[in-house]
Design a protein around this ligand. Structure first.
Ligand code: ADP
Length: 606
């Protein structure tokens, strides 16, 4: 090889491409350094043996093109033995001896081929995503047309023909109101993007579509706005559910607020979270006053609230976390009585931790008042019936006994005149006579009980009746260490009534008071006009009445006096009958072991 040729070949070693020369029987005449590094030194060997390790020529061999047609050839090939892609340029070289050789240049393009494959794959996956993703994807122009949309968006809006869809004017044919698009573009252009922007679009059939739009602005290389791109999520079903939930919530809210019962919810510290109209009416606190501001302990008595919570946590009162119809009675701050039934329950979270409590209070005040009035009326009726029956019985007995009793009394009186006062038998006679007198007295009481006062009613000053009786009782009170105090009105008015009956009433009350104070005590007598009535109270500091007896004291024959001579249980029932006869009323209050107070109300005459 001439010198300049060898220099030239040395220069080819500096190339980063593989270069080699073969003659027309495939024998390699020359390989540069790069080629040798890739395939090993193959000079003198067949090119296909060196490059693809085969006895047959390479599949891409352009033998005819080069050696026969004397043309250049360019191709891309992959050689598995070195796992590389090459851009292959082959050129015929006409030798001086008339033979022809082939110059092949292998440019390694493996890296760029790989990059292209990656790019292609990613383009394909984006395309797949665009086509198959469940939400709508779009690219739109600034002027207001879709430039490209995925099938999901077509489906969401009810279109089949993509061209028809791309021809739509967004502002007037997709947005429910054109100004909504204006507002959207204003915001997105200001911020560069919108996330979960709520919008109403119109479907092809005209129905409204609620969507959430997340999109950003597309700029050109100069930063000029080209349009927008983003994703659209159909919210119609969610909106429908939301509306259903809201409707159910509103309905529940109405039920709660319209209930006449008090419905309350508290956190576990008692802090009030819900307070309906019923609760406002019953407990006298407005919802604004209590919700998130007050605790239930400030409204219900603390002790009762604590007990209610304890009962709720106990299994025995309607199951754990529940309390059924617990009677709750207490006085409001304004002294109004609250009476009713409370049902409550504790709400737990999934771990069983107490979250809150809910309570319903049913106001039974009116019902209980009516029931009480009914029972009182029933008692009165019973009392009147008893009195009537008593009246009939006692008048018969009195009639039957009166005559023989007076006969006996007269006989004894007669006998008395015949026995000298010094005689021992005279004392026995006196004792018999006094017993007979007591019997006669009792008979008189029984008769007065049966016979209504026949005499005409007259205007009576109650103070006069009391004064007259005091003359009789003064000495007896003193002997029994009873101090009498008066608190009398200066204007008692006049009562239309029977003096005898009124006197009888006070006699019975004074006798009972005296009996209740065997060791002495105080007797307070007071009168007070209240509207057109006169209230008379007689209060003693005696034994008092047991709570279980207080309802019975006006019943005929109710007595706690053990010796029959001291009481037959008619005194107060006679008083009751007389007072009712006068259009009045009598009530008793007492503290056992401390005091008893009778209050008589009588109508004052004009
Ligand atoms: P009696 O006096 O014959 O027992 P009453 O009808 O007068 O009949 O009284 C009925 C009962 O009422 C008495 O037995 C007594 O238990 C009770 N009572 C009446 N007044 C008083 C009073 N001032 N203090 C305590 N108990 C009283």
């Amino acid at each position: 090889m001439a010198d300049h040729t060898s220099r030239l070949l040395d220069a080819l070693d500096a190339f980063e491409d593989g270069i080699y020369i073969v003659n027309d029987d495939y024998t390699i005449e020359y390989m540069n350094k790069f080629m040798k590094a890739l395939f090993g030194d193959g000079v003198g060997k067949k090119c296909h043996q060196v490059i693809i390790k085969s006895d047959k020529p390479c599949a891409w061999c352009k033998y005819d093109e080069i050696f026969i047609k004397n043309k250049n050839s360019h191709s891309q090939i992959y050689i598995a033995s070195v796992d590389k892609n090459f851009s292959l340029s082959e050129h015929p070289v006409n030798n001086q001896d008339g033979t022809r050789s082939k110059l092949s240049i292998y440019n390694d393009i493996t890296h760029s081929v790989q990059q292209e494959a990656i790019l292609k794959a990613s383009r394909e996956s984006y395309q797949r995503l665009f086509t198959h993703v469940g939400c709508g994807v779009f690219i739109s122009s600034k002027q207001g047309r879709f430039l490209d949309v995925n099938p999901a968006l077509l489906k969401i809006l009810g279109y089949q023909d993509k061209d028809e869809f791309l021809a739509l004017d967004l502002a007037t044919e997709v947005y429910l109101r054109p100004e909504d698009r204006q507002e959207y573009t204003d915001i997105i252009e200001k911020k560069g993007k919108v996330i979960d922007y709520e919008l109403k679009w119109r479907k092809r059939d005209g129905n409204i579509l609620h969507i959430l739009l997340t999109s950003n602005v597309r700029y050109d290389t100069n930063g000029k706005i080209l349009g927008y791109e983003g994703i659209v999520v159909d919210q119609t079903r969610r909106k429908k559910h939301e509306n259903q939930i809201k409707e159910a919530h509103d309905f529940l809210d109405k039920i709660i607020s319209c209930s006449t019962n008090a419905i309350m919810a508290m956190n576990m510290k008692g802090g009030i979270r819900l307070w309906n109209q019923g609760a406002e009416n019953i407990f006298g606190f407005s919802s604004d006053q209590v919700v998130d501001k007050m605790s239930i302990q400030e409204i219900f008595p603390k002790k009762q609230t604590k007990m209610i919570m304890e009962m709720m946590r106990d299994d025995d009162f309607g199951g754990k976390g529940k309390l059924n119809s617990y009677p709750l009675t207490f006085k409001r701050d304004d002294k109004r009585l609250i009476e009713g039934n409370l049902s409550a329950s504790i709400l737990y979270d999934e771990q069983g931790k107490e979250l809150a409590s809910v309570a319903i209070f049913v106001d039974l005040k009116e019902l209980l008042t009516t029931e009480r009035q009914l029972s009182e009326a029933r008692q009165h009726l019973l009392q009147s019936e008893k009195l009537a029956a008593m009246g009939r019985l006692t008048s018969q007995i009195a009639h039957e006994l009166n005559n023989p009793l007076f006969g006996i009394m007269n006989t004894l009186e007669l006998m008395k005149t015949e026995i000298s006062p010094q005689n021992k038998r005279r004392r026995l006679l006196d004792m018999s006579l006094s017993e007979i007198e007591r019997l006669a007295d009792m008979l008189k009481k029984m008769l007065s009980f049966s016979k209504p006062d026949q005499r005409e009613r007259q205007k009576i000053d109650i103070h006069t009746v009391i004064d007259e009786l005091m003359l009789l009782y003064k000495k007896r009170f003193r002997e029994n260490s009873i101090k009498v105090r008066f608190d009398l009105t200066c204007d008692p008015g006049l009562v239309l009534g029977s003096k005898d009956q009124l006197r009888q009433i006070f006699i019975n009350l004074f006798s009972n008071a005296m009996y209740a104070m065997p060791e002495g005590g105080d007797l307070e007598i007071s009168t007070k006009p209240v509207s057109s009535k006169l209230h008379i109270t007689i209060r003693d500091t005696g034994t008092g009445i047991k709570p279980e007896h207080i309802h019975k004291v006006f019943h005929s024959f109710f007595t706690t006096k053990t010796e029959s001579v001291q009481g037959v249980g008619l005194g107060l029932s006679v008083c009751y009958g007389f007072i009712k006869d006068h259009g009045g009323d009598i009530v008793v209050e007492s503290q056992e072991g401390q005091w008893t107070k009778f209050t008589i109300t009588l109508p004052v005459a004009d």
